[in-house]
Write a protein that binds this ligand. Structure first.
Ligand code: ADP
Ligand code: MG
Length: 216
């Protein structure tokens, strides 16, 4: 049975000239599968991802996880994680306290939190970085921390929106492989958005192409 099932999902931005950013998209992602959403800038990738995780209200359609409709479920109750292009780390928290943020919110005990943070830092190749300020990190390290922070609360699905786009070309290639390995090692179901065909091919087991709000 499918993990994520998206059925006829549309996103319309209202205004004097309404924009249909996502036009009745249907897709599914099996549990543990990594699927890429590939398409040019402006084709509606971020809007679709937002509607899946719950940050963007859909005009119509549904989002289900394991057959349960979560279309009206608030974003923080869906059990979905997100990683953005620029990481959006908390600048005043250390690496460890960034990674542990979701666990703090979930009131996980300090000991369990510490163990889980260490495990996550090892997973993303940053063992021993816990006490460092995030402001000292390179772009690639920041994205590793963002990934660790999203994975720490064990999300049912992780949505990554152009996670490597802010990095330089050489680093992007290497990190794309690492992201795939990290997602596979954690067993997390993933939907990853990119405009780069090479990156999509490296990170995902299946690539969906998007154009003008529709899958093609
Ligand atoms: P992508 O992520 O593929 O670049 P987006 O989902 O960001 O595409 O945008 C799809 C379309 O929706 C574009 O035409 C964009 O201008 C429009 N759009 C995105 N966000 C908004 C918004 N908040 N309000 C109005 N229009 C938007
Ligand atoms: Mg986008």
């Amino acid at each position: 049975m499918s993990g994520l099932e998206v059925d006829g999902l549309s996103v319309v931005y209202q205004g004097s000239d309404p924009v249909t950013a996502v036009d009745a998209v249907s897709l599914s992602v099996e549990r543990g599968e990594i699927v890429a959403l590939l398409g040019p800038s402006g084709c509606g990738k971020s809007s679709l991802l937002g509607a899946v995780v719950g940050t963007v209200p859909p005009a119509s359609g549904s989002v289900r996880w394991e057959g349960v409709d979560v279309t009206a479920t608030p974003v923080h109750r869906r059990g979905f994680g997100m990683v953005f292009q620029d990481g959006q780390l908390f600048p005043h928290r250390t690496v460890g306290r960034n990674v542990g943020f979701g666990l703090e919110m979930a009131r996980v005990s300090r000991d369990d939190r510490r163990a889980r943070v260490d495990e996550m830092l090892e997973l993303v190749g940053l063992s021993g970085y816990g006490a460092r300020p995030v402001t000292d990190l390179s772009g690639g390290q920041r994205q590793r921390v963002a990934l660790a922070r999203s994975l720490a609360p064990q999300p049912r699905l992780i949505a990554l929106d152009e996670p490597l786009s802010a990095l330089d070309a050489e680093l992007r290639g290497r990190l794309a492989e690492d992201v795939r390995e990290i997602l596979l090692a954690s067993g997390t179901t993933a939907l990853v958005v990119t405009h780069d065909p090479d990156e999509a091919g490296v990170m995902a087991s299946r690539v969906l192409r998007m154009r003008d709000g529709q899958l093609v």
